[in-house]
Design a protein. Structure first.
Length: 251
């Protein structure tokens, strides 16, 4: 048995139970789209797009606009292409199966990256520079990234498998955006209900669904132990400590 096998089984039910792979409500998403204000005919790129739900909604909000989804997960890309076809967006939304840091995009009206700063070797600062470089002067950037809502306890760090310097406070994140030549137009954060629903559907819920459907599997015990560890890490550790901020930025 390997840790990789257990992680694969915990994610086996896939992403179909998630609208987006981030703590985000319908109301909050609508507010972000309104703040990004894509104009008719806009060109939009989402780096680390997953199945592209947020980008598709941005495209739907702007007649004649087009979107490029940059994503390496083949399951997410397959779901995204299916969704785009079902919603009549197949000719306006394209998927590119390349790493975000390697996609040569430029001249966009809006660039987006939610929870994907790790895709750039330099993390958050490099992600922000790349998103800034991808848009034309006067364009906008929508950036979602983690931050510390409060100083992390040892239990929070253990639950995340993180170090204290992996994230900064919210103001530190805003300052990093400014250092990349971006001006904050709107800053919002995921609330606790958004986080709880996300953990229940994604990180914890995926594994629980697999375990319930496969009670006799040879790795059932290992998977349930991993689920219990994740639940302990969240409710007993980083819940209320790790935040997710959504920054709408002007270039």
């Amino acid at each position: 048995m390997s840790a990789e096998e257990v992680r694969a089984l915990m994610s086996a039910p896939g992403n179909e139970h998630l609208t987006w792979n981030t703590p985000l409500s319908e109301e909050h998403a609508a507010q972000l789209i309104a703040a990004c204000a894509p104009a008719p005919g806009a060109r939009i790129a989402d780096f680390g797009s997953g199945w592209g739900e947020l980008l598709m909604r941005l495209v739907e909000a702007a007649p004649g606009s087009t979107g490029d989804c940059v994503e390496t997960d083949p399951d997410a890309v397959a779901r995204g292409r299916r969704l785009a076809e079902e919603r009549g967006l197949a000719d306006r939304v394209r998927f590119h199966e390349v790493p975000a840091a390697e996609y040569p995009g430029e001249g966009y009206d809006l660039s987006v990256s939610i929870g994907s700063s790790h895709a750039w070797p330099g993390g958050t600062p490099e992600a922000l520079k790349a998103l800034r470089a991808a848009v034309r002067p006067g364009g906008r950037v929508l950036f979602g990234d983690g931050f510390w809502e409060r100083e992390p306890s040892p239990a929070a760090l253990e639950g995340l498998g993180a170090e204290a310097d992996d994230f900064s406070p919210l103001l530190g994140l805003v300052r990093q955006a400014e250092a990349a030549g971006l001006r904050p137009l709107q800053v919002t954060v995921a609330d606790q209900r958004e986080w709880d629903l996300f953990e229940a559907a994604a990180n914890i819920g995926r594994g629980e669904r697999w375990a319930l459907a496969n009670p006799g599997h040879r790795l059932h015990t290992a998977v349930t132990e991993a689920i219990d560890a994740r639940r302990t890490g969240y409710y007993g550790g980083y819940r209320g400590t790790l935040g997710l901020a959504y920054l709408v930025l002007g270039a």
